[in-house]
Write a protein that binds this ligand. Structure first.
Ligand SMILES: NC(=O)c1ccc[n+]([C@@H]2O[C@H](COP(=O)([O-])OP(=O)(O)OC[C@H]3O[C@@H](n4cnc5c(N)ncnc54)[C@H](O)[C@@H]3O)[C@@H](O)[C@H]2O)c1
Length: 240
């Protein structure tokens, strides 16, 4: 039986990693004119949109098939697009995108219609690790899960940095304090590095951008997140 044909729109870090992962189960077509990729997606059963956040609307304008937006988007974007799109946010590190998307630890699928939700959950099922959790939700819930995840990590980095400063003032060894925190099974060891790639605070492409997107949509309610922006890495000159 012919394998279902699936399109990828935007073939950078995320799009190319997702394409490799899906190609194990489906016939994958690629569309990213800037990279010279111009497969015809019109016969595809569905396409995943993996373009930069500010390019999503332009990228879907001429697409008629079922679409899942994998790009990170401001809250309410999928509803505003006025089409029956799904939101399948991507949770991975830039450096390990290929590996992370090959076997998913968990999956969030947002859609406002049951048939769309079922379609993308079924399509992505082969990518799941055994016992991986699948969160089925609305598009705005999926958008909020994505922004809240990275914002939580940013707050955690900020908190670790503040504990580091307290330790310095007290003459305590932060690494010992950190080991004590990590010994508690309720405190995961990720995002407790105070020095990261030579700077303090949170950086990278995604954390700062997602914090900004969440603050822009919900600033009046986000006092904790607002306070954590002091630890954005671009402010590192002002930090000890
Ligand atoms: N990089 C990560 O680790 C990561 C993790 C999670 C989520 N995301 C999100 O995924 C999205 C994509 O990120 P990325 O890192 O893959 O970006 P990227 O810049 O590596 O790739 C984006 C690609 O989209 C293409 N593109 C732009 N406009 C297009 C259009 N109209 N039609 C077709 N292709 C178009 C570009 O040529 C580029 O190749 C972003 O919203 C990002 O926030 C990224």
């Amino acid at each position: 039986m012919a394998r279902a044909s699936i399109g990828i729109i935007g073939c950078g870090t995320i799009g190319s990693a997702l394409a490799k992962s899906l190609a194990r189960y489906y016939s994958v077509k690629l569309y990213d004119p800037k990279r010279g990729l111009k497969d015809d997606l019109s016969e595809c059963e569905a396409a995943f949109v993996c373009v930069p956040t500010d390019q999503v609307e332009a990228a879907i304008a001429s697409q008629g098939q079922r679409l899942a937006i994998c790009s990170t988007v401001p809250l309410g974007t999928c509803d505003r697009l006025g089409r029956n799109v799904a939101h399948v946010p991507v949770f991975c590190d830039e450096d390990t995108a290929e590996r992370d998307l090959k076997h998913l630890n968990y999956l969030v699928v947002g859609a406002n219609r049951l048939d769309t939700l079922n379609f993308f959950c079924d399509l992505l099922a082969p990518l799941l690790r055994a016992k991986a959790k699948v969160v089925r939700c609305s598009t705005v819930e999926a958008e909020l899960i994505k922004l809240a995840t990275n914002s939580y990590f940013a707050v955690k980095v900020a908190f670790a940095n503040e504990i580091y400063d307290v330790a310095q003032v007290l003459g305590a060894d932060f690494e010992v304090v950190r080991a004590g925190l990590e010994a508690n099974r309720n405190i995961a060891s990720n995002h407790l590095d105070v020095w990261h790639k030579g700077y303090r605070g949170f950086g990278g492409k995604c954390l700062a951008k997602d914090v900004d997107l969440l603050l822009a949509s919900a600033d009046k309610m986000m006092g904790v997140l607002e306070a954590a922006t002091r630890w954005r890495s671009t402010a590192k000159e002002g930090l000890k």
